[in-house]
Design a protein around this ligand. Sequence first.
Ligand SMILES: Nc1ncnc2c1ncn2[C@@H]1O[C@H](COP(=O)(O)OP(=O)(O)OP(=O)(O)O)[C@@H](O)[C@H]1O
Ligand SMILES: [Mg+2]
Length: 276
Amino acid sequence: MIEVSGVSFCYPGLESPVLHDINLEIKPGEFLALLGRNGSGKSTFTRLLNGLLVPTDGDVIVDGYNTRDGSHRLRIRQLVGLLFSNPDNQLVAGIVEEDVAFGPENLGLPPAEIRERVEWALSAVGMQDYLKHPPHMLSGGQKQRIAIAGVLALEPSYMVLDEPTSMLDPRGREEVLRTLMDLNREQGTAIIMVTHFVEEAAAADRVVILDHGRVVAMGSPLEVLTRTDDLSDWGLEAPEMVLLCHELRKRGYTRIPMALDSRRVAGAIKQFSCKD
Ligand SMILES: Nc1ncnc2c1ncn2[C@@H]1O[C@H](COP(=O)(O)OP(=O)(O)OP(=O)(O)O)[C@@H](O)[C@H]1O
Ligand SMILES: [Mg+2]
């Protein structure tokens, strides 16, 4: 479990904190989506989870290890894999396979296992044909996939991904999301994903919303993503399906349930509209 208790964070030289009194428990195997407008503190928060940043106040404790304690730093980095929002900050080597191997090599794994992990991670993101390519010659979305593979290859217990699909086309976004969901379900890897896509957040177990450095909402996707007026105050927009349900209710279909899933909404419309 990652326990975030009473965490505030102030960048050196800044007068006011960018995160205020954050309290959150992330359970092993959980899929958590983190939403919030630009500048709300999401990326800063992700960097606190693996000890890259240390709280100004409060504690982040990963499976019992406090990120404040320098002697646990390596162990924590192994447990919590962090993907930056800009893949250029993540890619380190001259060719793709070396890049993905970088993390596992630092863990001191045997070469055969490294090779296996690299191949698995690259095929998980659909980039198995790019083993020998230089990352800097790939497109933004391809680089993003390689960066994700680099984190996958570490096989962390918690994967923290800062906008992992921001540069992907709709198909690529769906593929990467599917990969993460499979990893979550099949291997029990906890996923903590920052996203600007509310539809992606709908796939999570739990949604957390940050606004001006504070947690303003936390709950199931259905609880949080149907609060259309609040979402708008937080600089976000509800998923299309929720807007559709609201519109239908306004027009007299008062028994239409709130739903995030198009099939559920379609079923309800059919049920209430006398069409066979
Ligand atoms: N290295 C830094 N030094 C000083 N201030 C910073 C630094 N990084 C971020 N900030 C400030 O901290 C606040 C939160 O930034 P952060 O990057 O965490 O937001 P975010 O929610 O990830 O935004 P976005 O959606 O644009 O990625 C912003 O006001 C930003 O200006
Ligand atoms: Mg950010």
